[in-house]
Write a protein that binds this ligand. Structure first.
Ligand code: AAL
Length: 383
């Protein structure tokens, strides 16, 4: 038998006969029944009734496209890589002004990479950096106010670099959590714990706790080496601080996010026994939504570019998928700390606007994203 005939013969065998007599089988009705019909259904149509029609399935509310706008005031002109602004915090509003904190590195030379970095030369964009902050009246034009948290002297956590901040407001006090590098990023990996500083005003002055507040995991733990992207919310009367770790490397197939909770911003924090709680994302943003927590899981992992939701802040599932999710999103979350039990979502924030920097290395500047992930989209409070 010629090869071609053999293949067609094989295909004929592989075509799966449709069960029963297709002519007799009741076809799906023209008008989509609102109740699950009592006919054999494919898995795809089972999901329509079991998942998507479920009263706690938020596809319609948690699907959004994303729009991007350059911001004024945070200098885009530098292309030689000597200045980086990246990894913005959530945006908060205080006395009618928006505030944001971010990694800022201003060095004589651009980042030299893990091989080229040294005691005096930065390895990556977030090496030898500080936490700076800026304010805005409208979220489009920003004014850089200066340094919020400097690198402390050795051996305090963060002496090499402090980066990737996020903000918590708790009982009238402001807390900045950030990655606190105690060796050059890239020396072994991107290894660091998280430290914290606090202030009575978003304008500072900031007092460092001078010890780690979210420690690395024990030897062999998924979060043994890096505690990245600290992201605090107030939920169910406690502080829910989400973070990323990287399974000791860059396993692009999975990017895991963990949760640590505490009764006080300075700890002690207990790590969730079910960690990791997300299997995808990178710098993942979260916001209270209805009675649970939603997450923007972009960039990496099997569930990348998804908007997820959990009824309890722990058990997340994909609710919607979108494209071009904001990278390193720092959303304006009006109810991030109100613990209302009925989160209203988000409509904008800041994120990475990556530009090619010195020596061809990509380095980041900040930009604005807008989206429709709010139940009160037109409410001025959401703007
Ligand atoms: C970011 C974040 C953390 C990493 C580096 C700077 O996207 O995940 O902050 O350490 O990259």
């Amino acid at each position: 038998m010629k090869k071609g005939c053999m293949i067609y013969g094989l295909l004929a065998v592989l075509i799966v006969p449709i069960p029963g007599n297709a002519a007799e089988q009741q076809s799906f009705p023209y008008k989509l029944p609102m109740e699950k019909p009592d006919i054999p259904l494919s898995e795809a149509m089972e999901r329509v009734y079991d998942d998507y029609a479920s009263p706690t399935y938020w596809w319609n509310e948690l699907f959004s496209k994303f729009r991007y706008t350059p911001i004024e005031g945070l200098d885009y002109s530098n292309h030689d890589g000597t200045v980086t602004r990246r990894d913005p915090s959530k945006v908060i509003k205080h006395a009618g002004r928006y505030y944001v904190w971010y990694t800022c590195r201003k060095t004589e030379v651009p980042p030299q990479g893990a091989q080229g970095g040294s005691e005096t030369l930065p390895s990556f964009d977030w090496d030898m950096s500080e936490i700076w902050y800026a304010t805005s009246e409208d979220g489009f034009t920003w004014k850089e106010q200066g340094v919020a948290v400097r690198r402390p002297p050795k051996p305090a956590p963060g002496w090499r670099s402090v980066s990737t901040p996020d903000i918590l407001v708790w009982k009238g006090t402001y807390y900045l959590y950030y990655q606190a590098f105690q060796e050059m990023p890239g020396k072994r990996g991107d290894d660091c714990p998280v430290a914290v500083s606090w202030a009575d005003s978003p304008d500072g002055p900031w007092t460092p706790l001078n010890r780690t507040v979210i420690p690395n995991g024990p030897a062999g733990a998924w979060d043994q080496y890096s505690i990245h992207d600290p992201y605090p919310l107030v939920y169910r009367g406690r502080i829910y601080l989400y973070y990323k770790s990287d399974f000791n490397g860059r396993p692009e197939l999975i990017r895991a996010q963990g949760l640590a909770t505490a009764d006080h911003p300075l700890g002690p924090f207990e790590k969730c026994p079910l960690n990791p709680v997300l299997n995808s994302g990178h710098e993942t943003a979260y916001f209270p939504f209805k009675g649970g927590i939603a997450a923007l899981a972009g960039r990496h992992g099997n569930e990348m570019e998804s908007i997820q939701w959990s009824p309890d802040g722990i058990n997340f599932r994909e609710e919607a998928n979108s494209t071009l999710l904001p990278v390193a999103a720092g959303p304006y979350v009006p109810d991030a700390f109100t613990d209302s039990g009925d989160g209203r979502g988000i409509t904008w924030g800041l994120c990475h606007f990556t530009q090619v920097g010195g020596q061809g290395r990509m380095h980041s500047m900040l930009g604005r994203f807008d989206c429709d992930l709010s139940l009160d989209y037109h409410d001025p409070q959401m703007k």
